[in-house]
Design a protein around this ligand. Sequence first.
Ligand SMILES: C[S@@+](CC[C@H](N)C(=O)[O-])C[C@H]1O[C@@H](n2cnc3c(N)ncnc32)[C@H](O)[C@@H]1O
Length: 214
Amino acid sequence: MTLRIGISESAKRTTALNTVVCALILLAVTAGSASAQFPDLLAFGQQPRIDEFRNSLAPNVGSPDHAIERMLQVANLKPGETLYDLGSGDGRILIAAAKRYKVKGVGIEISSSLAKQSAEEIRKAGLQKRVKIIHGDFMKTDLSEANVVTLYLATTANETLRPNLEHYLRPATRVISYDYPIPGWKAIETSETDGYQGAAHTIYVYQIPASLKK
Ligand SMILES: C[S@@+](CC[C@H](N)C(=O)[O-])C[C@H]1O[C@@H](n2cnc3c(N)ncnc32)[C@H](O)[C@@H]1O
């Protein structure tokens, strides 16, 4: 017998994200030995995909559109500012921010296919002068130009990323994290997204203090 419990769409996304995070960790751990045992896995130019798995800190599960809207509202964006989306997926956050708030956008995405796809969406939207995608690892990227950083990773990924945020980000930079807090940081604001069927997701708003020692 199958037990059916009503799970909201947003709860399903979180569950899906957590499941994929586990699968990703498993893949990253096994990728090296798997490629040695099964050289055919590396055929057809697949080597970069294994490297992408190794360095990936979160799977591709996009933020829902209503959450993107709320994240951008609480980010308090001003025209001309620069938003960095770390792990920019399909680029929807950057496109929405550039269209609605007239900001510049930089997305950093480790997946070559997503980086390509999002760059194409940006081009179709005519935003290529203001929004760019860096195909790379946000752990190896200078973030110092950001006024706002958006994240939809996982708590452990946020913890790994935190020293880089502290190293690069200037005082007053806002960091908006969907669904997962940044361990060791105190949010200046939290906001619940409109839940579907009653469940709500938290958006954490942080701001780099003037006194942060570098
Ligand atoms: C949960 S998705 C979020 C996508 C988008 N920011 C959104 O909210 O819709 C996380 C993204 O981070 C990317 N990613 C994971 N680790 C990364 C890394 N080290 N550097 C760059 N991108 C990474 C994944 O490929 C995935 O597209």
